[in-house]
Design a protein around this ligand. Structure first.
Ligand code: BES
Ligand code: ZN
Ligand code: ZN
Length: 453
């Protein structure tokens, strides 16, 4: 589906936004309430009464496109309301489909939406497209099967996506990782046919603020020897969502030419089983010298991220903020549901900021706070740390484990985001269709745009 600006072309249907009752609709119950949509002849009436914020417009764009698709509309035109960037975002999000694995593609019915009115709207149109192209790219990769999305295919696609841009791509293959002493990352990947890899992206337009993003990229998580039950395994292609998300964020930031330095780490591995697999009872010496007792090989994401947090602090000493984005725990899904992510860290200001920009983006972040009795929750009697720990607060505990990789001077600069719930959903919610959602792309773009304009 294309959304273009044009004042001249004739279309099959015309959309009108109305904040009140419409008498023309015969015997109509149309009150103009938001998300109420009704068609009369060739006009589609869209209620806007009660829309409170820009996310309401985003939601309405999503609902409208779904409606138009159900009506089998082909070409539609509309004059847009004020908050149009978010509304256009919603329409792009609603038009998303993933049919890579269908042998017969459905013919595209809704071909074109024509935006009429003031030419100034074109800038909004372009910005919305950049935001959502990035988010939909993340959705595509999260939805792609683990055979097709492995560390090499991802590496090739990442390199290609930044050709002819000023984003620098560095690939640290397993030899590099060994040289860096990243024994945790390597151990998790040991039973995989695919190579362990960290891809570093640097977008440096000269801005004075530097944000570092570190994404969990488990191209598949079988659980390893502590194998997952079959039913929990079928969505584990989505365990790479954190890495795909940080890629999408850099992609859009570059296209928008935001004036903020961003570095991103895509931490790629696959948690599999063969004779060389890492084992419960192994003790691993991590990049910063701390030792980890492996109690459960399914708690692999924190091991991979731990080493990469160490690496990022070494290579990006000047970063002002560090974030990890990860589908890290099933516990986060229980605690916050599929609609919200958990935030773990020591700096309440960072949490407030992400929550605020999340609200703007229509994405929910909730505080997963520590309490004083859980601070020894990942201590171990055999080694320095245990990868499962003792407390029941699974999301916090995984975050607490990660903070052991954070240097003292950076503790206030670090925030962990557990996106296990909203990164991949079976049931549609908000502006998400089922499958990969691209959650957190919009929140970070809102935030980075604020710093970098
Ligand atoms: N990738 C999973 C977490 C996950 C679960 C993401 C459900 C999305 C949906 C992670 O690696 C994992 O398996 N964590 C374990 C840790 C446990 C063994 C301490 C979990 O949460 O069950
Ligand atoms: Zn796991
Ligand atoms: Zn995992």
């Amino acid at each position: 589906m294309k959304i273009v600006y044009n004042n001249d072309i004739e279309t099959q249907l015309i959309v009108e936004f109305v904040p009140h009752f419409v008498a023309e609709l015969p015997y109509s119950k149309f009150q103009g309430k938001d998300s109420q949509i009704s068609m009369c002849n060739t006009t589609v009436y869209v209620g806007t009464k009660g829309i409170k914020d820009s996310d309401g417009w985003r939601q309405l764009g999503f609902t409208l496109v779904q409606y138009l698709r159900e009506q089998k509309a082909k070409t539609v035109s509309m004059v847009l309301p004020d908050k149009c960037r978010q509304f256009i975002e919603g329409m792009y999000l609603g038009a998303y489909t993933f049919d890579k694995y269908k042998s017969k593609n459905e013919p595209v019915k809704l071909k074109r939406i024509i935006i009429r009115g003031n030419h100034k709207i074109v800038a909004e149109l372009n910005a919305a497209k950049i935001y959502i192209d990035a988010q939909n790219m993340v959705r595509d990769w999260v939805n792609t099967s683990p055979e097709d999305a492995n560390s090499s295919t991802i590496r090739d696609a990442v390199c290609k996506s930044f050709e002819d841009t000023n984003v620098q791509v560095e690939v640290f293959n397993s030899q590099y990782l060994a040289g860096f002493g990243m024994n945790g990352h390597l151990a998790v990947n040991r039973a995989s046919r695919h190579e362990a890899m960290t891809i570093k992206l640097t977008y440096n337009p000269g801005g004075s603020y530097h944000v570092c993003l570190i994404g969990k990229g488990l191209t598949y998580d079988s659980g390893g020897l502590s194998i997952k039950p079959g039913s929990s395994m079928t969505t584990m292609k989505a365990d790479k969502a954190g890495a795909m998300t940080v890629w999408g964020i850099v992609k859009a930031a570059e296209e928008l030419q935001l004036n903020v330095k961003i570095t991103a780490y895509l931490c790629l591995a696959e948690n599999m089983i063969d004779g060389s697999a890492y084992k419960p009872d192994d003790v691993i010496t991590m990049k910063n010298g701390k030792t980890v007792h492996v109690k459960n090989t399914d708690a692999e994401g924190r091991i991979v991220l731990f080493d990469n947090i160490c690496l990022a602090q070494e290579l990006d000493e000047d970063a002002d903020e560090f974030y990890t984005l990860a589908t890290l725990t099933g516990a986060a899904v229980y605690q916050f549901g599929n609609e919200a992510a958990g935030m773990v860290g020591f700096n309440d200001n960072m949490k407030r900021k992400i929550k605020k920009f999340g609200d703007k983006a229509g994405e929910v972040f909730m505080d997963a706070a520590f309490h004083k009795y859980m601070m020894d929750g990942v201590d171990d009697s055999l080694a320095d740390l245990s990868n499962t720990g003792t407390s029941n607060m699974g999301c916090q505990k995984a975050g607490l484990f990660l903070t052991n990789a954070v240097k003292k001077k950076n503790k206030q600069k670090y925030l962990h985001l557990d996106i296990a719930g909203p990164a991949f959903v079976e049931k549609e919610f908000g502006t998400n269709v089922s499958g990969g959602t691209g959650f957190a792309v919009r929140t970070f773009l809102e935030y980075l745009k604020k710093i970098g304009t």
